[in-house]
Ligand binder design. Structure first.
Ligand code: FES
Ligand code: MG
Length: 555
């Protein structure tokens, strides 16, 4: 009776029996939306995926899923990463599908889709949205994000005016696609390619290049074979694969957000990835990709320089080459013949952008469970710095008061923002690049040591200590800092130290009261109950823990 009902309803969809009977059903999960400029081309791209699925003898069905637009969703799409992961997991489990193609790329959509699919553990291919075209303004090449911050600071410093800003508005983001710097989006899609869940070379193809259509069609062809071979994500997403993804992110000088996302993704694959893994691997990987914000070029340059295959070919000694990918029996086979065509964009090993990975994990009495810093995208004289703290209790207060000369902030001060973590933000908004006061910008100050439990946009730069754990909202030591306390950052020693003794800290802790959470109901309340700290990936406790889920049964 059930299968009769399914056939009847497939007739209702307009399909002949011979179009679908006996064929693998491929779900095409699409994060397209009118409000997401990074994914606005994905409606077309899904057609290319379906074309591939049909050709290979599969039956494609498109599922619209929620969109996470970094630009438009407030307070931050990070609040909703786990919601898309849940939606992905439950759709793939509750509908009768055999395999999935996942379309996304704007920051959190990549980890969200892969976390959900990994939890269901079916065959899946990820189709990265692809970077947008390089930005242009007058004679300058612009990076989305990175140059927005730069020119906004120039405007605040009085160097450019409204006319220039109006021109910049039209030049910063010139086409559909995700940010074309090595921001969070490019970092995570590169990580997906390194994990082996995309077609080879997929992650750098510009969104509007015809090659992007061809890659989508190839993913459609391939997923049908993966279903026939029963090659599930768990075969690909191993500890070795996650270590290679970490190596990749670090060698690309990628976004700090990748730390949180890869830990969460690995958790869904039953792999325990830690901050220490990042720090250990960072010491072995040189930064070879000369891409903004840490370097000079943009994703299109990277693509024509050889893309991720070219990059990975330069670090094969640091990778696990015998693991399978969606396209090849081994990564070794996948990388055979990969070349670099522009050694300025993808540097040779003898001429790296930095000798060590661009991220460091800090420890100390201010961050007992760790903190993260992207020290390559910062002014190097601040690598070791001691200064007095200026503390802001929340983002709004900071915005309101930061430019007040009465605070007497100098370039030597250490700006501290709290209550911007997973629970306190909520969702760890990208507040971590705290603004430098206007009057200091006018004096030419362009970087300062900044500390918070927030995240930072992958396109940002500056000596910003991020992801301080535990966060201040739950009573982490960040909650106890007072304006005037001395703080020492030492990147090379991997330490962050608050010069206040334990006794004094204990007294301050006794006087501390937890802030009241604003969500009395709804998703925000669930988030507050379930979210884990930054060092463990900010997944929901009930999603991250191991355990079985029964197959759906409808009688
Ligand atoms: Fe979507 Fe940057 S805004 S990737
Ligand atoms: Mg971003």
């Amino acid at each position: 009776m059930r299968s009769f009902s399914h056939r009847a309803r497939t007739r209702q969809l307009g399909y002949l029996p011979e179009e679908h009977l006996g064929k693998p059903v491929i779900a095409v999960l699409n994060t397209w939306s009118d409000i997401n400029p990074c994914h606005v081309h994905l409606r077309d791209r899904a057609q290319a995926v379906k074309r591939g699925v049909w050709q290979a003898g599969g039956f494609p069905l498109e599922f619209p899923v929620s969109t996470l637009s970094e630009t438009f969703q407030k307070p931050t799409p990070m609040l909703y990463r786990n919601l898309l992961a849940m939606e992905t997991e439950e759709l793939l489990r509750s509908y009768p599908v055999d395999g999935a193609v996942l379309l996304g790329g704007c920051d959190k959509s990549t980890p969200a889709l892969l976390m959900g699919a990994a939890s269901v553990d079916l065959p899946a291919v990820f189709v990265p949205a692809g970077p947008m075209l390089p930005g242009h303004w007058r004679n300058e090449v612009l990076g989305s994000g990175t140059d927005m911050w730069k020119y906004w600071d120039d405007k605040r410093a009085g160097l450019i005016g409204d006319c220039e800003m109006a021109e910049l508005e039209s030049g910063l983001a010139r086409s559909p696609g995700h940010c074309m710097t090595m921001g969070t989006a490019s970092t995570l899609t590169a990580a997906a390619e390194a994990l082996g869940v995309t077609m080879p070379g997929a992650s750098s193809i510009p969104a509007v290049d015809s090659g992007h259509d061809r890659m989508a069609a190839a993913a459609g062809l391939r997923i049908v074979e993966l279903v026939q071979q029963d090659l599930r994500l768990s075969r690909l997403l191993t500890r070795e694969a996650y270590e290679d993804a970490v190596t990749t992110v670090l060698g690309l000088g990628g976004s700090t957000n990748a730390v949180i996302h890869l830990i969460a993704m690995a958790g869904r694959s039953g792999v325990r990835l830690t901050l220490d893994d990042f720090d250990r691997i960072a010491r072995t990987v040189p930064v070879l990709a000369n891409l903004r914000p840490g370097g000079q070029y943009l994703m299109e340059d990277f693509h024509f320089a050889g893309g991720l295959p070219g990059f990975l070919a330069r670090i094969t000694d640091l990778l696990h080459l015998d693991r399978p990918t969606v396209a090849h029996a081994t990564l070794r086979e996948q990388l055979a013949g990969a070349q670099v065509h522009n050694p300025e964009v993808i540097r040779p090993r003898e001429k790296p952008l930095a000798d060590e990975g661009g991220l460091a994990v800090l420890r100390g009495n201010l961050c007992p469970d760790g903190a993260v810093i992207k020290h390559i995208a910062a002014e190097q004289h601040l690598r070791r710095h001691t200064g007095p703290a200026v503390v802001f209790d929340d983002y709004r207060t900071m915005q309101r008061t930061i430019n007040d000369p009465a605070l007497g902030i100098t370039a030597d001060h250490v700006l501290v923002l709290r209550n911007a973590g997973p629970k306190g933000g909520p969702g760890m908004p990208e507040y971590g690049m705290l603004p430098i006061p206007d009057y200091l910008l006018k004096q030419g100050v362009r970087d300062m040591v900044r500390i918070s439990d927030a995240r930072m946009s992958g396109t940002s730069y500056g000596m910003c200590v991020l992801h301080v754990a535990p966060e201040s909202y739950v009573g982490g030591p960040l909650a106890l800092v007072r304006t005037g306390d001395l703080i020492t950052l030492d990147v090379d020693a991997r330490s962050l130290h608050l010069h206040v003794d334990d006794e004094e800290l204990a007294e301050r802790r006794a006087a501390w009261t937890a802030p009241v959470h604003p969500y009395e109901r709804g998703y925000g309340a669930l988030y507050q109950e379930q979210i884990t700290q930054a060092d463990t990936g900010c997944d929901f406790d009930f999603l991250a823990r191991p355990g079985t889920v029964p197959e759906p049964y409808a009688g």
